[in-house]
Design a binder for this molecule. Structure first.
Ligand code: UGA
Length: 407
């Protein structure tokens, strides 16, 4: 009943379904398959060094489910939820399940691929109210069975799109790659704004977001996208596309912009302080986004590496991700137990994750706590109008205003 990670609203729900015995867990796949009608395969598909995905967990689960199905009478539906490159469910999962079950996909068991679109930090809400559900089906019966399950779960309120297995698999990559590209696009505009005095990418994003064809979501400029999905999925789609002799330049560009984006904050710090060597820099936020303790591919960790390379002394704080960061980043930096103690004596502060508690910080806090109140807003959490005159302020995508004073 205790999730091994932080996700808002999950612990209470998990405790409730365990207590009411609606959720039972087992490490015995055979038992799970025998006592259910549908098996969702949700194992990880991590990146290999070359960006392609590692299918070993998918293959192993297909084998285990196949072995269990060998002993089962009656129809059973297997649904791949894991993110897999187009062709995986039909060409890898299907033959493995068939081989180990001795049964035929279609008459004996069903097969679907239904991509997952939930976000960390809002996983419960996204699961209960998805924009749509995509069902990739091997045959009509498989799709009908899964549709019935989703209709019962959602009460028929959620649009369901039915297609074949490979198109469903492609949908997931296209969805994540589009959103990642959208963010890299606005970050490119931010980096141009940075060089044009008086411009503000936040206003640009607001204005273009009012165009219904663009919409305002996923248009927040900052230090780029991290997490366990966007970087992995864009790389996997690139690698897949390359294997088909297509370079996919847009995906390549989206990645390049993202790789360089944390360095924008380092550049702004240098612009304010000159050399960062020996300077005490406070980094607020380590998680890859707010409301999670996940630091995988967090832009904050890339930022911290770059700061350390410049010789800066880094002290960092995050409301939830301190433990994970201690394990991952190790001893090269100091950790603070609150935003205020992080700022104490610092000569520069960089906001790397937009936790709500950082929005409450006032310019006066930075002035009273820091040795030099240089504030770099890497996630656009502060209003430049409030901060501009009071601290030495810079932000991603905010055309440079004259600095207050320098050493
Ligand atoms: C992402 C997708 O949004 C989900 O739809 C998908 O199911 C999931 O990947 C997955 O493949 O499992 P997630 O990585 O949990 O979800 O979080 P997002 O909210 O998408 O944020 C990803 C990164 O983009 C974060 O680092 C965030 O700070 C950044 N971001 C997001 C921006 O820089 N600007 C924005 O406007 C939005």
């Amino acid at each position: 009943g205790v999730p091994p990670f932080f996700e808002p609203g999950l612990e209470e729900r998990l405790r409730e379904v365990v207590r009411s015995r609606r959720l039972r867990s087992t490490t015995n796949v055979h038992e799970a398959v025998m006592s259910s009608d549908v098996t969702f395969v949700t194992v990880g598909t991590p990146s290999r060094r070359d960006g392609s995905i590692d299918l070993q967990f998918i293959e192993r689960s297909a084998e285990e489910v196949g072995r269990a199905l060998a002993a089962k009478d009656g129809y059973h539906l297997v649904v791949v939820k894991s993110t897999v490159i187009p062709g995986t469910t039909g060409n890898i999962v299907k033959p493995i399940v068939e081989r180990f079950s001795g049964k035929r996909c279609g008459p004996d068991f069903g097969l679907c691929m239904s991509p997952e679109f939930l976000r960390e930090g809002s996983a419960v809400e996204d699961t209960l109210k998805p924009d749509r559900v995509v069902i990739g089906e091997f045959d009509r019966r498989s799709g009908d069975t899964l549709k019935k399950l989703f209709n019962e779960f959602y009460g028929g309120d959620i649009p369901i799109l039915r297609t074949n297995l490979a198109t469903a698999e492609m949908t997931k990559y296209a969805n994540n790659s589009f959103l990642a590209t959208k963010i890299s696009f606005i970050n490119s505009i931010a980096n141009i704004c940075d060089k044009v005095p008086g411009t503000d990418v936040e206003v640009v994003a607001k204005a273009i977001g009012m165009d219904h064809r663009i919409n305002p979501r996923f248009l927040r400029a900052g230090l780029g996208w991290g997490g366990s999905c966007f970087p992995k999925d864009v790389k996997a789609l690139l690698s897949f596309s390359r294997s088909l002799s297509y370079e996919a330049p847009i995906l390549w560009a989206a990645l390049e912009v993202n790789d360089a984006q944390p360095l924008q904050a380092v550049g702004l710090a240098r612009r304010k302080l000159g050399s960062l060597k020996g300077r005490r820099v406070a980094v607020l936020g380590l998680a890859f986004k707010p409301d999670t303790d996940d630091i995988r591919e967090s832009r904050a960790t890339v930022l911290i590496d770059a700061l350390l390379q410049e010789g800066a002394r880094v002290i960092a704080y995050d409301p939830k991700a301190l433990d994970a960061s201690r394990n991952f980043l190790g001893k090269g930096i100091e950790y603070a137990e609150s935003a205020e103690s992080c700022l104490k004596g610092a000569e520069c502060c960089i906001v790397a994750t937009e936790w709500r508690e950082f929005e409450k910080l006032q310019p006066e806090d930075f002035v009273s706590l820091m040795k030099k109140p240089v504030v770099i807003d890497g996630r656009r959490v502060f209003n430049p109008g409030d901060f501009g005159g009071k601290v030495d302020f810079a932000a991603i995508g905010l055309g440079e205003a004259p600095a207050l004073e320098k050493d």
